[in-house]
Design a protein around this ligand. Structure first.
Ligand code: MLT
Length: 318
């Protein structure tokens, strides 16, 4: 099959694909490049970091499968895909544990001043008395979005001795009792925001979630609370966050996802000492990417098998 790979995927998976398919690789191409490369391609493999526009999809006249090597679908024109009936498959499972673990890394980095401590040591300073931190145990962990990833974060928080509370888009008594069985209290999102000592975000970027954590939500948070955004950049209003941090209305924030994600851009949040920034690394572990890669290879081999003409068809003279 003719594949176009526009994001970095596991090297073993890429090698396996290259051994059996006609593969073009162009990592994070701009729209013009994408349009020119996609013309004869049957399968597009992508992650975040590349915008799959309607123009590019229209240029991909042979496209039959769009393969998301991960979870989020905010960088592709879903309405057009549906209208044209192109198959879209995701591999959301394997990245969830990695994202949940990075959530903890960021909470700990904030709570224990890890980044400042490291920078001060490198500068030859011994800031032991200045860098007194906070424990996670005994604190309230507020999780916005208790799906695949948020559910894991809540369960991990509970195991660490945190009080885990969370909210979902469609709450019900049944769901509340299922979460309660796992030690997580289901409440409404305003209550999560107001009660959390550590507030973590795990919702997809869709119109109703744009700016979900904006001026009003930030004013509802405790002045001692930390915010972790590992969902999508647009879920937090970063201008409002900058104001809240500058005015000391919350204790700190860690962002793995950003309104602007590209090389060469420096966010104004980087000027603040109580901010930790990472470049969208949530699912970027060798382990998760290896599993995602294996699944991609499997999906494509099934596709080849199910669409290959049978021997009879091949050998029957026309
Ligand atoms: C995802 O949605 O799966 C993550 O953002 C990982 C990624 O694509 O880099």
């Amino acid at each position: 099959m003719k594949l176009l790979v526009v994001s970095k995927i596991d090297p073993d998976a890429l090698a396996a694909l290259q051994a059996t398919h006609d593969v073009v690789v162009a990592i994070n191409p701009d729209d013009d490049t994408l349009v020119s490369l996609i013309a004869d391609r049957e399968v597009l493999i992508f992650r975040s970091g590349v915008e799959i526009t309607r123009r590019a999809l229209e240029a991909g006249r042979e496209l039959r499968l769009l393969l998301r090597a991960g979870s989020g679908l905010d960088n592709i024109d879903l309405a057009y895909i549906e209208q044209r009936g192109i198959d879209l498959q995701r591999v959301p499972g394997p990245g969830a544990q990695s994202v949940a673990e990075l959530t903890f890394a960021l909470m700990l980095a904030l709570a224990r001043n890890v980044v400042t401590a490291d920078a001060s040591m490198r500068a030859g300073r011994w800031m032991k008395s200045e860098l007194v931190g906070h424990m996670l145990a005994g604190k309230t962990l507020g999780v916005i979005g208790l799906g695949n990833i948020g559910g894991k974060v809540a369960a991990m928080g509970s195991a660490w001795g945190m009080t885990a509370i969370g909210c979902v888009e469609r709450p019900s008594t049944g769901r509340a009792s299922t979460f309660a069985d796992h030690g997580v209290e289901l409440v409404d999102c305003d209550e999560v925001i107001a009660r959390a000592d550590f507030l973590t975000l795990h919702v997809p970027l869709k119109p109703t979630n744009v700016g979900l954590i904006g001026e009003a939500a930030l004013r509802r948070m405790k002045p001692t609370a930390f915010l972790v955004n590992i969902a999508r950049g647009g879920v937090v209003d970063e201008d409002a966050l900058l104001r809240a941090l500058r005015e000391g209305r919350i204790a700190g924030a860690a962002l793995d996802v950003h309104a602007t994600e590209r090389d060469g851009y420096r966010t104004p949040l980087a000027d603040l000492p109580n901010v930790v920034l990472t470049p969208h690394l949530g699912a970027s572990t060798v382990d998760s990417q290896r599993e995602i890669g294996r699944e991609i290879v499997r999906i494509l081999s099934v596709l080849v098998t199910t669409t290959a003409p049978s021997l009879q068809e091949v050998s029957t003279p026309r």
